[in-house]
Every structure is written in structure tokens, then in C-alpha cells.
Design a binder for this molecule. Structure first.
Ligand SMILES: [Zn+2]
Length: 340
């Protein structure tokens, strides 16, 4: 792809394990002639699917970065059938700063499909769009709630229109083995990494594995095991999938939040007090939280009412809240049959 300014030290056609980087040219106040390095690992071994794993698209979400780094370090060609491409940290400067967005203000997960002549985030997005997605059969983009949100840990997907693609995505989503799975809509803009990979017909799975600015040992284990089971399910990683049944666990709960009313937005700015717990069943109209007004001690807090009934699956983790911020997400149980 001669017109992409992004280059790679990895030859994606070469068998074996390669550890290298993508290089995105940039010029900053501190360094006029610089490059942004995106770590990359490719492990290829014979015939089989190509699967792309991305972590750290948002810098304050370490779960995927840690799991992808562990996988990238440990996996050897003998355990791979096909090709595994791992980009453990897509936004290194944001990861160092522990921020969602790049220092430039760019949200890499709004930069797709990208452009070879745009700013660095769009150039990187364009490289995935035109080079790495076309090589791939499946894409897994590992996210969490970051600092601002806490989610029930889950793997997730969009309701793509193509039935065969959707059915394959449902099974790949379930292979993660999390207690919950989530089917969602974009409520905060388009241009997601998964949007473009889905448009290209790939099996595309995302995750929201907790959040709130910290990661428990349990979440790290879940991310590590879930990612490997997902890769085993696709056949790119040797070994059998550890199903929930084989681990003595009940069937997972699939939640869908496909209406805007499932995403409760703050009606005005204030200090948010959540009144519901993750996993709690709520009725439509039930108070899910209250906004307090630090400048008006005499003023009663403003209640936020659930726009729909269901299970609370996401709550705002930062109390200081601006009008329009999502403070609670409510999902409805659905069956696998409803999705395929
Ligand atoms: Zn994210």
C-alpha cells in the first residue's frame, strides 16, 4: 500500500514468530522528527484463519493490554494454526498517561476508517482498514469501562445485518465464557474499530471487562482465559475451548441494549450518586441515581430514572458528571436464538 505513511517491520506473509512494530510518522513540540511506534507481534504457522487482536485502543483500559502482552510473549508457532496478529497497545501515549484519549485529543475508536492523509490516529486507523482487516478472518478489540465507567465484565457484539456473519459472531462472543454477554448500539458516535471490521464482513468481537480505573486479579484472569478460549474457538490457537459447562458454571446471561432509552444520560451537570448495583434488576422509571449540586446545598438532588426495565450492566464511575454523560446502562435478557 504505497500511499500509507505507516510502515511495519513485520512481514505478515512470513511463517514463524516476529516481534516488531508499526511506525506512524509524527512531529511534536518536543520532537520535530519523530515516529509513533505501535508494538506488533505476528505468529504464523501453516494453513488456518488469521485473527487480529487489539488492546489499548483506549489508554485507561489495561485489561486487554496485559492479556495481549502475555499472549504475545508466550505464544509459539507450534500452538498456532494460521496466523495470529497481536497489537497489544494501540495507543501507547494514552496508555502511559492512563487516559482514554490520545494527548492530541483523538479518540482512536472514532478514527475509523481513517485516512492516509489525516492526523496520526487516522493514518493508523487507515492502515488497519486497508492492510490488517483485509488479511483477517476475525478481529477482537479488547476494551473495558476505563476510568469513567464500570461494566459487568462481558464480551460484546453489534447486530450486524448479514445473518451468517452475525451467527459466527454470536458463537465467537459466547466462546469468551464470561458471565454476561452484551449486544449494543453506538450511542456516542461512529468510526469505531469494530464498525469498519464488521463492514468488511469479519467476525468481530469486542469486550467491556470491568473498569472504574482499576483492574482486579479476577478480571485479569478472565481476560486471559476469555481471549484464549476465543482464539481456540476460531481454531487459530491449539487446544479445546473451556466451556462454561466444562467449568461447572451456569449458562451465561446475554443482555441486549438496542434502544437509546437503555442508555441513561445525565439531564444536567452535577455530582452523581448511583443508587443501583451492577447486575441489579430495575423497573422502567426506577431511580438509578441522583445528581447533587455542590453549589446549591439547599437544592434537592435530581433523580435519574431508568428509561427501560432490565439489568443494570454499566454505571458511571466518576461522580463528577456533565449534562449528557451516560450514568447507567440497562440491558434486557435475550436468548441466543433471538440473535442468530
Ligand atoms: Zn475502550
Amino acid at each position: 500500500m504505497s500511499d500509507s505513511p505507516v510502515t511495519s517491520t513485520i512481514d505478515f506473509d512470513r511463517p514463524g514468530k516476529q516481534v516488531g512494530r508499526l511506525r506512524v510518522p509524527r512531529s511534536t513540540n518536543e520532537s520535530g522528527w519523530s515516529s509513533l511506534f505501535i508494538p506488533a507481534v505476528c505468529v504464523a504457522n501453516g494453513a488456518g484463519p488469521t485473527v487480529l487482536v487489539t488492546g489499548g485502543v483506549h489508554g485507561d483500559e489495561p485489561e486487554g493490554q496485559v492479556a495481549a502482552l502475555n499472549l504475545a510473549r508466550e505464544v509459539q508457532p507450534a500452538a498456532v494454526r494460521g496466523r495470529l496478529i497481536i497489537l497489544p497497545c494501540m495507543s501507547p501515549d494514552a496508555s502511559r498517561a492512563y487516559t482514554r484519549l490520545w494527548p492530541s485529543g483523538a479518540n482512536l475508536n472514532r478514527s475509523f476508517p481513517g485516512s492516509p492523509s489525516g492526523p496520526p490516529d487516522e493514518q493508523l486507523a487507515d492502515y488497519l482498514t486497508r492492510i490488517l482487516f483485509p488479511l483477517s478472518d476475525a478481529v477482537c478489540d479488547i476494551h473495558s469501562g476505563g476510568r469513567s465507567t464500570m461494566h459487568l465484565p462481558w464480551s460484546e457484539m453489534h447486530m450486524v445485518e448479514n445473518r451468517a456473519q452475525r451467527a459466527a459472531m454470536v458463537d465467537a462472543m459466547l466462546a469468551w465464557g464470561t458471565d454476561y454477554h452484551f449486544v449494543y448500539i453506538n450511542i456516542a458516535g461512529g468510526g469505531l474499530l469494530v464498525d469498519e471490521a464488521e463492514r468488511q464482513g469479519k467476525i468481530v468481537i469486542g469486550t467491556e471487562l470491568g473498569g472504574g480505573g482499576h483492574v482486579t486479579a479476577g478480571i485479569h484472569r478472565l481476560t486471559k482465559d476469555g481471549l484464549r478460549n476465543f482464539l481456540r474457538h476460531l481454531g487459530v490457537l491449539a487446544g479445546t475451548v473451556e466451556t462454561r459447562a466444562s467449568r461447572g458454571l451456569p449458562e451465561a446471561v446475554i443482555l441486549k441494549a438496542l434502544e437509546m432509552r437503555d442508555y441513561n444520560l445525565a439531564p444536567e451537570s452535577g455530582l452523581f450518586e448511583t443508587t443501583v448495583e451492577l447486575g441489579e434488576q430495575v423497573e422502567r422509571g426506577q431511580v438509578v441515581g441522583r445528581l447533587h449540586f455542590i453549589e446549591s446545598p439547599e437544592r434537592a438532588p435530581a433523580d435519574v430514572h431508568a428509561g427501560s426495565a432490565g439489568i443494570v450492566c454499566g454505571v458511571r464511575a466518576i461522580a463528577s458528571t456533565l449534562q449528557g454523560d451516560c450514568v447507567a446502562v440497562v440491558g434486557q435478557r435475550c436468548s441466543r436464538a433471538e440473535l442468530v
